[in-house]
Design a protein around this ligand. Structure first.
Ligand SMILES: NC(=O)c1ccc[n+]([C@@H]2O[C@H](COP(=O)([O-])OP(=O)(O)OC[C@H]3O[C@@H](n4cnc5c(N)ncnc54)[C@H](OP(=O)(O)O)[C@@H]3O)[C@@H](O)[C@H]2O)c1
Length: 297
């Protein structure tokens, strides 16, 4: 058997994992586990060999069928799912029941240090069920600039966050996807390891704002606000409460933590340097230019 199920296939990292799997090995059967097969098919129009199965983290009735015949799973936690006992315990148990032993789980850098974050709980579940695993623990996605933060950048010409001078490790999801695809392919070589994958730079939002401004015409600014003000602003703009809390935790807590450790795993795995911020900004700079209404985003 050589059947790999990719969860979160239509998201940032899942898409990249499929793109790289398609490039590096054509002999494996890749199955995208998705909530909406028709939408996924249009997203993956350029991947005619990709297979699809209905899979919903929030509907355990979809698990058995999606896992049938699979021998490896690329697992991620969709950002809105935080109740691990409710959603991941039944899933991991069904994975075990289907005799699937190999899991590559997209975790987060530092997951081992905090018992309250969902990734820590999922890693523990995978171990408790005796599955073989690779925990891939990335730094802060560069693509947060072009997704979650893009609306403020384009419309208000600012990045507004409670992150102060905190430094984040910036990694390109293309690098994560490539590493994920290689690890799925060479699972035995890395099994039962937790691997940090980072970019080359630890930078604050102030520093990243300056780097962006070097490459665009209409400058943006970084506005640091306290978490209460951030909450009020985002609530007024209509952001969901849960999402605002996640944003605060992700950007405020690093102010009290040590700088992230920079790992050379990507370079060792691929023989290439990970993307640096200058290159990423140059690649995506059109997205940072001015737009005047949300419809244009
Ligand atoms: N952002 C960061 O800087 C960062 C850093 C380190 C780790 N992480 C971790 O990375 C993970 C997120 O990865 P990502 O950015 O690739 O995610 P993403 O782009 O938000 O995509 C989420 C994926 O999950 C799917 N999904 C959502 N709910 C589902 C459900 N009920 N059943 C089946 N599929 C469902 C979505 O499919 P649909 O197309 O159906 O919506 C989508 O494919 C999180 O666990 C996050 O904590 C993030």
């Amino acid at each position: 058997m050589n059947n790999i199920l990719i969860t979160g296939a239509t998201g940032n990292v899942g898409f990249e994992v499929i793109r790289f799997l398609d490039k590096i090995d054509t002999s494996k059967r890749i199955v995208a586990g998705v909530r909406n097969i028709n939408q996924a098919k249009s997203k993956f129009a350029g991947y005619p060999k990709l297979n699809y199965v209905h899979f919903d983290f929030e509907n355990s009735e979809t698990f058995d069928n999606a896992l049938s015949g699979i021998d490896k799973v690329f697992l991620l936690r969709p950002p809105h799912i935080s109740d691990i006992d409710k959603y991941f315990k039944p899933l991991i148990s069904t994975i075990k029941k289907n005799n699937i032993k190999k899991i590559v789980f997209l975790s987060v850098q530092g997951a081992e240090k905090s018992k309250i974050i969902p990734h820590n709980k999922i890693e523990n579940l995978v171990r408790e069920y005796g599955l073989d695993y690779i925990f891939l623990r990335p730094g802060y996605f560069m693509q947060n600039l072009t997704t979650t933060l893009i609306s403020d950048i384009r419309l208000k010409r600012e990045i507004i966050l409670p992150s102060g001078q905190a430094k984040f490790n910036w990694i390109d999801i293309e690098n994560i996807g490539e590493a994920g695809a290689i690890l799925l392919n060479k699972f035995e070589d890395y099994k039962n390891q937790a691997i940090e994958i980072t970019g080359l730079e630890n930078e604050s939002f102030g520093q990243v704002t300056s780097l962006i401004n070097k490459q665009i015409e209409n400058p943006i600014r970084f506005r640091n606000v306290n978490p209460f003000k951030f909450y009020r602003i985002k609530k007024r703009e209509g952001m969901e409460k849960g999402m605002i809390i996640v944003m605060i935790l992700l950007h405020f807590l690093p102010r009290f933590q040590k700088e992230p450790v920079i790992s050379d795993f990507y370079e060792k795995l691929t023989g290439k340097k990970p993307t640096d911020l200058k290159t990423f900004i140059n690649r995506e700079k059109k997205l940072f230019e001015t737009f005047h209404s949300p419809d244009q985003i």
